[in-house]
Design a protein around this ligand. Structure first.
Ligand code: ADA
Length: 550
């Protein structure tokens, strides 16, 4: 038996139905008359382009006995069938999920993933990003030995000495003492006694190097119990808050980067790893170091790339601008807490993730939000006590919950969303507005700009530098950089956004795209891209913006 994870990606059978729900239809009544890649979105290709309904993905799998099936994100929701019987659901778009069940006798079995892209209580039609339908990340399977490990979680306790804590969870309670064999970076690192179901150990990593954007060094740990073993990649790094400062391994950290959607006209939300790598490579080449995974959980391959390339990540649960009465329902809160726990557990070991987020632009001007925000924080804290937690707010001076965020994060749009739309330029409003807002942030808290920007249509050049031209976006962004990057009050600046992303026609979205990308939807740079590069260089000491060696 092979207990290591095996990928089930490839070409699967496919069919699409507009009418039936994944829960309501028996898979045996379907005719699989098409083929589709997994990962893949069905609604970015003919004949299912822009249609809403259920996409049925099917393949055969050779296996048997107890198995764990893992899905790294679907949209909008999915039901999973094994030999015609439901074995689980993915209720939250983009969320990694795993299902343990008995696969039956060893042999050939049928796996069907029925993915609905209809809107639900998690993905609403008012979101400013398109709800793609499909399987966004890897599908994989692990055959489980009778006694196996469920997970290991690694926490850096001291970056100076390389001391880590390793929490191990087994599939069942062991009365008798067991032995866990431990290897670090391929070398024997001793044995631990294990009993019960969960235990934590401390270990000094031999010949360790810390992880940082400048030197994203990774270590590997393997923990073996009987016939089973789990391997995890981790980094030795500590993220801390001291007063207004954000520290990485004891050193002051300045975040600069982008909000980024998993969005491409041809791939939808199933972004191939090569495109993810190209995106991140551009970010790094530009001198930026940060991605806010707006507005949902990121794919495992994306996070692995961030770990390797030294890009810092804010990861968040899905909950975009949800309003009362939905916001105040018990179910909504339960779903948010559930998402927070699942996300923190699934992505715990990635050194690149340094912030957990939730509820984008919520109603944090209302006293009632305090209890909701506390409850979601608590859910994250049940799993992870090490990373700062925050939410991106657009309630500015009226926000009543800033004290509940470890880092106060604001989404202001001066020069774009404010003032008179007929005015030729609003760039002069940027600096005064940002200064005014900064003065309202609690003095003892770190503060970052989590979104800021202006829309520009790719290729639109204008001698008047008018709104929607590349010139206007570039001018506004230069002003933002000159205000924020030279002021110690900010621990981060995160532009809205990396590349133009598919949305809907509402809210002034030209051709249904959010055009505030500094790259267009195919990643072609607008003027602002070079502007940001120059301003990062300027802020890092090369005062005239001329490139210096890294
Ligand atoms: C908000 C929101 C983003 C996007 C942006 C915009 O700040 O958080 O998702 O919609 O506005 O482009 O207006």
């Amino acid at each position: 038996m092979n207990h290591t994870k095996r990928s089930l990606d490839g070409i699967w059978d496919f069919t699409f139905r507009e009418t039936e729900d994944p829960q309501g239809l028996l898979p045996e009544t379907l005719k699989f008359d098409n083929a589709i890649p997994v990962p893949g979105c069905f609604d970015v290709m003919e004949p299912w382009f822009a249609r809403r309904g259920t996409g049925w993905f099917r393949r055969e799998v050779q296996t048997g006995g107890p198995v764990q099936l893992m899905l790294d994100g679907v949209g909008v929701e999915a039901e999973i069938y094994w030999d015609g019987r439901s074995v689980g659901r993915c209720p939250y778009a983009y969320m990694p999920e795993s299902f343990t069940f008995d696969a039956g006798e060893y042999g050939c079995h049928e796996l069907i993933i029925a993915v609905s892209n209809r809107f639900n209580r998690v993905v609403f039609p008012f979101y400013d990003f398109y709800a793609f339908g499909g399987i966004f990340g890897e599908v994989s399977l692990r055959e489980l030995p009778k006694d196996h490990l469920e997970w290991i979680r690694i926490t850096t306790l001291d970056h100076r000495s390389g001391l880590i804590a390793v929490k191990v969870r087994a599939c069942r309670f062991f009365r008798k003492k067991q032995t866990l064999d431990v290897r670090i970076d391929g070398k024997n690192a001793g044995a631990w006694e294990f009993s019960g179901r969960e235990q934590e150990y401390r270990l000094q990593v031999p010949e360790f190097r810390t992880w940082s954007p400048e030197d994203p060094h990774l270590h590997r740990i393997e923990v073996a119990l009987k016939d089973d073993s789990i391997e995890e990649i981790f980094g030795i790094r500590q993220i801390e808050i001291r007063g207004r400062e954000l520290l990485l391994n004891g050193k002051k950290l300045r975040l600069i980067g982008y909000n980024r959607h998993d969005s491409h006209p041809e791939f939808g939300a199933a972004i191939p790893p090569s495109l993810m790598a190209a995106d991140l490579q551009m970010v790094r080449e530009q001198g930026a170091n940060f991605i806010r995974g707006s507005h949902y959980p990121q794919r495992e391959s994306f996070l692995k790339l961030c770990d390797r390339l030294g890009i810092l990540v804010w990861e968040e649960t899905l909950g975009w601008d949800v309003k009362p009465p939905e916001l105040f329902t018990r179910d909504f809160l339960k779903r948010q807490q559930d998402q927070a726990r699942k996300l923190a557990a699934a992505h715990y070991n990635h050194p690149s993730i340094i912030i957990w987020g939730f509820l984008n632009e919520t109603e944090s001007q209302l006293p009632r939000l305090r209890a909701i925000i506390r409850a979601i924080r608590r859910a994250y804290r049940e799993i992870d006590i090490t990373r700062p937690i925050t939410f991106a707010s657009n309630k500015y001076e009226k926000d009543l919950c800033m004290d509940l965020a470890d880092i106060v994060a604001m989404n202001p749009y001066p020069g774009w969303n404010d003032g008179d739309i007929n005015e030729r330029s609003g760039v002069h409003r940027v600096a005064p507005r940002l200064k005014q807002l900064a003065a309202a942030i609690p003095a003892d808290k770190p503060y970052m700009i989590s979104e800021i920007g202006a829309a520009a249509i790719y290729g639109e050049h204008d001698p008047y530098r008018a709104r929607w031209s590349e010139e206007y976006q570039s001018d506004l962004i230069r002003e933002v950089c000159r205000t924020v990057l030279h002021d110690d009050r900010y621990c981060g600046l995160c532009f809205w956004h990396f590349s133009d992303a598919k949305s809907y026609l509402g809210g002034g979205r030209v051709a249904g795209f959010n055009e505030k990308g500094v790259l267009d939807r195919y990643r072609r740079p607008k003027l602002a891209w070079e502007t940001i590069r120059e301003e990062i260089l300027r802020a890092s000491g090369a005062a005239d913006g001329t490139p210096t060696k890294k």
